[in-house]
Design a protein. Structure first.
Length: 419
């Protein structure tokens, strides 16, 4: 049985998180050691201006800290100060959450429908609804929906009675995560109660706090990611740092007590954790442009400003005279590795893959079916769009955090202020 570990350690003045299946990295994350983390924070922001030509509003969450807000996203806003127009306008103040970091020099994004995260369930402000992960069975979705309908706070008539402008009383809904599958009702209800209490506190604070107030400051990303781990993906949580061990332990005790027993402090002076799991080597490989396949073929991964291009090459592969089967074998191996690399490097947006051209439609269908199955394993929404007439495969992956390469190597400042 493959050992599955989630390792958190300090390297080069940063905190790194590694999800390892056996000795192979599945995810690597890099975070600066700082006290103020913007992603997930909830603020009372002020609309600075409306840009109708691009369908966006620009919202300040702190003086000079400008964020992008899609006008299509303003469906259930909570205004704390509203001008005379029923439509959003400059000067309006409203509750927003940072939904995406500044990526490739672009402004951070905010949303008016904020989300409170738990390991099993998310509370979503805005529309009252119940949803469940697509990875859960129909029977499990039905069970969880019934459980949410029976949740006492869901029928609480006071849920949205904060004194905001007319028509802006907040509602909320639930999204059950993959981890909720098979979870006991007391465990789920306990987490829902905590999220609901936090939601009510935010709504109450919004009534009395001034513009630019931070209504919710999230934990460090390396802690929040612990709630994103599937139960099946990590058997142990290891750290070799005493301070991190205490910090992680306190977080788990408060938010995920059922996982506290998974945490261990690695203490072996003769064989450091970084050496045992080759963490520096794993990181170096995740930053290389060329990725070798076991068959002798290789990938070339080139992120650009607009998209990421991945080229599949035969390399040193020697597969005999049966060219079609040779190409299919390399392409199949490449498909599995590409799905891993997207997650490992946290590549997002548009990804174009140039597989080795195959003549057989059946071979192409087999390849796409395999690639789609591998992409479904990614916790972040990843979609195989199509294979074009030029045999290029288009993939999209939701943007949330900066790519690993950008986090590790940094990027030139463009003068914009992050929240």
């Amino acid at each position: 049985m493959t050992e599955k570990n989630y390792l958190i350690t300090r390297m080069n003045g940063r905190v790194f998180s590694f999800l390892l299946h056996g000795q192979q990295a599945v995810e690597i994350h890099c975070d600066e050691e700082q006290a103020d983390y913007a992603l997930g924070n909830i603020y009372i922001g002020k609309i600075r201006n409306i840009a109708k030509n691009i369908g966006a509003a620009f919202v300040e969450v702190a003086p000079g800290a400008v964020c992008h807000l899609s006008l299509n996203d303003i469906r259930h806003p909570v205004f704390t100060k509203k001008g005379s127009s029923r439509l959003p306008q400059a000067g309006d103040e409203l509750v927003v959450q940072i939904s995406r970091e500044s990526i490739k020099g672009k402004h951070p994004s905010v949303t008016t429908e904020f989300t409170l995260h738990g390991k099993y369930v998310l509370l979503m402000s805005g529309e009252p609804c119940v949803r469940a992960s697509s990875k859960l069975s129909r029977e499990e979705k039905q069970r969880l929906t019934q459980l949410a309908d029976a949740f006492p706070a869901a029928r609480d008539s006071d849920a949205g009675q904060a004194a905001f402008s007319e028509g802006t009383q907040p509602d909320f809904g639930w999204l059950f995560r993959t981890n909720a599958g098979g979870a006991a009702e007391p465990l789920l209800y306990g987490e829902m109660e905590l999220l609901y209490a936090r939601y009510r506190q935010i709504m109450e604070q919004a009534r009395h706090r001034t513009c630019f107030s931070c209504l919710l400051r999230t934990e460090a990303p390396y802690l929040l990611r612990l709630s994103d781990l599937y139960d099946s993906e990590a058997d142990r949580i290891l750290t070799d740092d005493g301070e991190l061990f205490s910090e992680i332990g306190a977080y788990l005790a408060q938010h995920q007590p059922q996982d506290r027993a998974k945490l261990s402090l690695y203490q072996d002076g003769l064989l450091p954790m970084k050496k045992l799991y080759s963490l520096e080597t794993q990181l170096a490989r995740a930053l290389q442009e060329r990725v070798w396949l076991n068959s002798g073929g290789y990938l070339v991964i080139q992120p650009t400003e607009a998209l990421t291009v991945i080229d599949v090459n035969t390399g040193k592969y020697e597969g005999g005279k049966k060219q079609e089967s040779t190409f299919l074998k390399i392409n199949r191996e490449a498909a599995v590795e590409i799905a891993r690399q997207l997650r490992l490097r946290n590549l997002s947006g548009i990804i174009i893959v140039d597989f080795i051209n195959m003549k057989s439609p059946e071979s192409n269908q087999e390849l796409l079916a395999l690639l789609e199955a591998e992409l479904r394993k990614d916790p972040i929404r990843t979609v195989l769009v199509e294979m074009t007439s030029l045999s290029l495969v288009e993939i999209t992956r939701r943007k949330k955090e900066r790519p690993l390469q950008e986090c590790v190597q940094g990027r030139p400042s463009d003068g914009r202020t992050s929240a």
